[in-house]
Design a protein around this ligand. Sequence first.
Ligand code: HEC
Ligand code: HEC
Ligand code: HEC
Ligand code: HEC
Ligand code: HEC
Ligand code: HEC
Ligand code: HEC
Ligand code: HEC
Length: 450
Amino acid sequence: MQINDLNLMKYFIGALSLILFIALTIVGYVEVKASKYEVRPYISANNKKCIDCHIKKGIGEGQVNDWKQSRHAEKGIGCIECHKADAKDPDAYKHEGFTIATIVSPKDCGKCHEDAAKEFQESHHAQAAKFIGSMDNVLGSIVEGPAAATSGCRQCHGSEVKVLANGKLDPDTWPNTGMGRVNPDGSKGSCSACHARHSFSIAQARQPENCGRCHMGPDHPQIEIYNESKHGILYNANKDKMNLSNPKDKWIAGKDYLYPTCASCHMSATESQPVTHDVGKRISWTLRPIISIKLENWEARRKSMKDVCQSCHGPEQVENFYKQYDDAVNLYNKKFGEPTKNAMEKLKAAGKITPTPFDDKIEWTFYELWHHEGRRARMGASMMGPDFTQWHGFYEVAKHFYTKFIPELTELDPKLAQEIMAKEEHKWKKGLSKEDIAKTLEYYKERYKQ
Ligand code: HEC
Ligand code: HEC
Ligand code: HEC
Ligand code: HEC
Ligand code: HEC
Ligand code: HEC
Ligand code: HEC
Ligand code: HEC
């Protein structure tokens, strides 16, 4: 009996060990698999050639390792799949037995990502390098100088890439991943304007800082506006809960994450809308010109944006927001944009300023009024950044309108200045009523009494 018990015990311990062994092996296997999952690049024989030699010769090991952690690496999309070129491409060259190009254009990416490439080509983004003829270009390329445009304007907007006689890329035009870059193969844009190589991470593309690389500064401070909005504050406080790496159909506003980034409102999917690579699809006004106008089919575009808002908000919040936004744009347009634009046109027609931009003082005043301050007022209102609407926006507009533009106009054409100032909205300048003045005095007395 005792012996039997002992045998049973041995048997029991043996079985237990076996179970434990199997369990540990499974756990171990899962663990190994999980950690391998993140870095499991598939390297084909051809790609091994590129990688081995580049590492040996010291040609950017960083970019190889960056690629190794990408979704592409996992799927076996390696160096050659992207860099291979048609011998007829103007920038194609022979390289260690392969025909490749350094530039991987939207046309190349589009072979596998057709929708993204097509939508992108249809967007304003693809047109971003076309700025010859704009005031900004006169400023950058002539008033300042061509090197300023190469390292400044063109890094955001895109260059026209030229191939030199020796097959190398012209250093005046590349490196460059500006948004509307004109590529040697004729395609427009650069996907790595947003999808930094070689990780091509979707999480990085969704981060607001990604857009903020270009959408920033005195003339289009979208990232600054976003950061001061409630949306930006909540995003920054909850970055780790945003599920930024989810695939596109599992990154739905209000469901898979709760605080919007730039991409959420302008590009990403909702329950009823797919992802779009045309960033203009959901905006109704254009806030860039001297006077804002509504875009073609603006109602449909606005409806698409409202659909995004309503993933998280009720309809009244959304409708009322749009009323406040429209009112701010109309105020800027009517009170400041239209009269200053008309006055500048009349000055030019009458020969009181020359046709050359920026050679008259009032032209600088006018440019800053609409291009910097007037845009900030409108853009602040469009994306809930009240400090930009007010202190960096309407305040500066009003200050420079009344203390610079009108005095400078008065010197050139006093009658025109008077005509503008006679309008109802500028009458306050003739003096506020006694009651209004009394009110302000009373306010400070009351507020700061000891
Ligand atoms: C036998 C070595 C070797 C192999 C194989 C090789 N490369 Fe290179 N690669 C180089 C060297 C060295 C350079 C530096 C510039 C030069 O001398 O052409 C270079 C440069 C490049 C450049 C241009 C970088 C620049 O800044 O000018 C690209 C793009 C490139 N290689 C891609 C590839 C791809 C894709 C493959 C595989 C299909 C590959 N290479 C295979 C050695 C190699
Ligand atoms: C998903 C496509 C893709 C894959 C895969 C890819 N590249 Fe690139 N690579 C690009 C893009 C895009 C650029 C940017 C060039 C441009 O358009 O200006 C680039 C640029 C480069 C450059 C030149 C610029 C620089 O920063 O030095 C080299 C060299 C290069 N890649 C090497 C490689 C190597 C080696 C591999 C494989 C480990 C690889 N690439 C895999 C898309 C790719
Ligand atoms: C030869 C085909 C091929 C080419 C060329 C290619 N890709 Fe991809 N790409 C893929 C595949 C496959 C996936 C993985 C898709 C999946 O798992 O759903 C992918 C995934 C992606 C993702 C999503 C990554 C993530 O984190 O989820 C992005 C972004 C992307 N590619 C951008 C690009 C860009 C930009 C280019 C050009 C510079 C490019 N691809 C070129 C096939 C390609
Ligand atoms: C930091 C990146 C950056 C730099 C540098 C930059 N821009 Fe821009 N530019 C933008 C962005 C972003 C927009 C779009 C803003 C918006 O839609 O609110 C824009 C808008 C424009 C527009 C208006 C286009 C339209 O459709 O109305 C012109 C023209 C322009 N830029 C030309 C230039 C020139 C010329 C320079 C150099 C003197 C320059 N930009 C420098 C990022 C930049
Ligand atoms: C303005 C920035 C921007 C540019 C430029 C851009 N993308 Fe994207 N892309 C994004 C963002 C943001 C997402 C994530 C969308 C979401 O939330 O699902 C994305 C997602 C993707 C995806 C994965 C989801 C999908 O739609 O399959 C692919 C693939 C992709 N982009 C390819 C491209 C290609 C190819 C180009 C160039 C033709 C390009 N992108 C240009 C910002 C950009
Ligand atoms: C490399 C610079 C750059 C980056 C990065 C960038 N943009 Fe732009 N964006 C521009 C320029 C330049 C324009 C103006 C294009 C024009 O009209 O000439 C623009 C215009 C726009 C417009 C107005 C489109 C229209 O139809 O009027 C929207 C909206 C926009 N961008 C959103 C985004 C979002 C969202 C991101 C990030 C996911 C982003 N952009 C990333 C440069 C950039
Ligand atoms: C909560 C949603 C939301 C977020 C987040 C958001 N936007 Fe917007 N954006 C809007 C709305 C709404 C408008 C105005 C649309 C209209 O005119 O109908 C707008 C307008 C724009 C415009 C058009 C300006 C022009 O020249 O006409 C650009 C560019 C832009 N946003 C870029 C960005 C960037 C970059 C970020 C992130 C830093 C961002 N947006 C974050 C909702 C958003
Ligand atoms: C992914 C979810 C999400 C999306 C999409 C979204 N919002 Fe919000 N929004 C929030 C949250 C959360 C708050 C913070 C609520 C609070 O405490 O005021 C907020 C705050 C706001 C506020 C400030 C309210 C206040 O009381 O100060 C306004 C205005 C607003 N959103 C408008 C919009 C508009 C307009 C859109 C679409 C263009 C939009 N939101 C898209 C989540 C979202």
